[in-house]
Design a binder for this molecule. Structure first.
Ligand SMILES: Nc1ncnc2c1ncn2[C@@H]1O[C@H](COP(=O)(O)OP(=O)(O)OP(=O)(O)O)[C@@H](O)[C@H]1O
Length: 224
């Protein structure tokens, strides 16, 4: 499979047909090659989150085609789209969204068990992922006992728990101070590169985006 993600002619408007209608994505094309890590930069409000939600099948486009791992998702039932999203796509957001009552390790184990992985195998993988981001000794800690940067690194591990083919990240270090953001962002890039994952990572920070294989800019509904 040469391309993990293909968007073709994707358009999206909000408040369609109303005086307040705004066009966010306008006949947009994008291709993410397998193993590629691309930075997505855009002015605030340009539609980064909208684009990532459509690419990750959390939202639908008004027009156009979205193919993940070569399968056009556009005409598929909601059930099949949900299955693709759960099996093939990992998400990271600006805020960690970890389950507060569970430990770091459990937060990475639970999504695997929900996908039918045995507890022993899920625990092994969770430990390995935590180890890769330097947090294995903190596995038994709950999110509230971890720093913002550590919480986010656990969230990275959770996103990778089910071995997705595609990672979509929306300002993954956006709520961290600049110094922590830098370190945590590097941890994410190392993790992505080590695991050979394909990723589209949105950031306001051009310098961070410059560390990726390629950078695309979203403006006036199109990518350049
Ligand atoms: N459900 C919605 N209904 C109406 N307008 C919306 C909706 N969701 C988003 N928008 C608008 O669409 C535009 C793009 O939103 P989006 O969240 O995709 O931007 P963004 O580039 O991720 O912004 P930021 O960088 O500030 O997070 C914004 O003007 C937003 O107000």
């Amino acid at each position: 499979m040469n391309n993990i993600l293909e968007l073709q002619g994707v358009s999206k408007a909000y408040n369609k047909g109303k005086p307040t209608e705004i066009s966010i994505l306008n006949d947009l094309d994008f291709t993410l090659a397998t193993g590629e890590v691309v930075g997505l930069v855009a002015p605030s409000g340009a539609g980064k989150s909208t684009l990532l939600h459509i690419a990750g099948l959390l939202d639908t486009a008004d027009a156009g085609h979205i193919a993940i791992a070569g399968v056009d998702q556009s005409g598929l039932s909601e059930r099949k789209r949900t299955r693709t999203r759960r099996q093939d796509v990992g998400f990271i957001y600006q805020f960690h969204h970890l389950l507060p009552e569970f430990s770091a390790l459990e937060n990475i184990i639970l999504p695997q068990m929900a996908n039918g992985v045995s507890k022993v195998a899920a625990t092994d993988r969770a430990r390995d992922l935590l180890n890769r981001v330097g947090l294995e000794p903190r596995g038994t800690h709950r999110p509230a006992e971890l720093s913002g940067g550590e919480q986010q690194r656990v969230a990275f591990c959770r996103a990778l728990a089910n071995e997705p083919k595609l990672l979509l990240a929306d300002e993954p270090t956006g709520n961290l101070d600049p110094e922590t953001s830098d370190t945590v962002f590097n941890a994410l890039l190392d993790l992505v590169k080590e695991t050979g994952l394909s990723a589209l990572i949105a950031t306001h920070n051009i310098e961070l985006a410059g560390r990726m294989d390629r950078m695309v800019r979203l403006e006036r509904g199109q990518l350049s």
